[in-house]
Design a protein around this ligand. Sequence first.
Ligand SMILES: NC(=O)C1=CN([C@@H]2O[C@H](COP(=O)(O)OP(=O)(O)OC[C@H]3O[C@@H](n4cnc5c(N)ncnc54)[C@H](O)[C@@H]3O)[C@@H](O)[C@H]2O)C=CC1
Ligand SMILES: O=C(CO)COP(=O)(O)O
Length: 318
Amino acid sequence: MITICGAGAFGTALAVSLAKNEPVTLWARDPDHAAEIRATRRNARRLADIDLPENITVISGPLTAGTDPCLLAIPMQKLGGFLTGFGDSLANRPLVACCKGVDLATGLGPTGLIDAACPGSTAAILTGPSFARDIALGLPTALTLACADESTGKTLQSALTTPNLRLYRTTDTIGAELGGALKNVIAIACGAVIGAGLGESARAALMTRGFAEMNRLAHALGAQPGTLAGLAGFGDLALTCTSDQSRNYRFGLSIGQGTDFDPSVTVEGAATARAVLARATAMKIDMPITHAVTALVNGELRVDQAMDMLLSRPLKEE
Ligand SMILES: NC(=O)C1=CN([C@@H]2O[C@H](COP(=O)(O)OP(=O)(O)OC[C@H]3O[C@@H](n4cnc5c(N)ncnc54)[C@H](O)[C@@H]3O)[C@@H](O)[C@H]2O)C=CC1
Ligand SMILES: O=C(CO)COP(=O)(O)O
């Protein structure tokens, strides 16, 4: 039996898809929310029009310890606290992070946080291009499952593949999680230029040069050369930078348009930009777009000023 912690959009969508294979337990932080989903068989707060199959059991409160896989669909900046709080029931089992980002407090990615907080568990990450809604609707989706332990990775790959969700596997957790984390930063930049009316050509330039700086950091941190060219990097960058289904892209749009954005919406790229910039600066790695996005989300620069900063950099070889 698979357990999914986090009854947000992604946790709910994964539960709906995985329920095609086997019974699923979906854990919600808020007991009232869990009771409401049980009563209506719908998650009115997210994916309100999707019916939950009967073989999804919705729980709240303590988690039962076990050896079955547990998927963690919890926002990146909340993951550390969650792991600390539920450490005992999370030990000695495969833990599959389903979040994208870098933890501001520690500079670690999801698998690093799991390794630090849950000794005895095996950390993996599920990442790549997919909107929760597409998965829940049963539309075709391909993702990357990364686990440093090859044997656990193979077991997870088959357990988490469903008729509409095809998983590719890698042992490169560093590359896979950095791809998912860094594309959100570039998506904010792309939203900002489109929102400010700076054009599709500017977006293409940001996606391409953003991909270059994603690769620069990932290689310096030990990612394998091809990983970011796959679903976890290029694939997710393409999706997130071009679709207004993306919350990161929409957040960028609001910055470019000078409009308000609901602070309760999960936007992983803002905190990740700050965390990545701190790391890159310490390592003397040039990440000009991440620098510009950090200044934008901190309210230190306007979009036109950030663009001037990028365009006035010394000329260089591609
Ligand atoms: N929504 C999507 O299309 C996709 C989301 N993701 C990733 O999934 C992760 C979660 O995102 P969503 O589910 O979309 O966000 P969401 O905002 O829909 O849901 C977040 C869930 O986390 C729970 N939560 C918040 N703080 C918590 C805490 N301290 N302890 C336990 N639970 C807590 C909330 O109650 C909520 O149910 C993010 O890292 C996101 O990048 C990945 C792929 C697709
Ligand atoms: O990660 C995602 C798509 O792969 C979802 O993107 P947002 O978090 O920007 O909505």
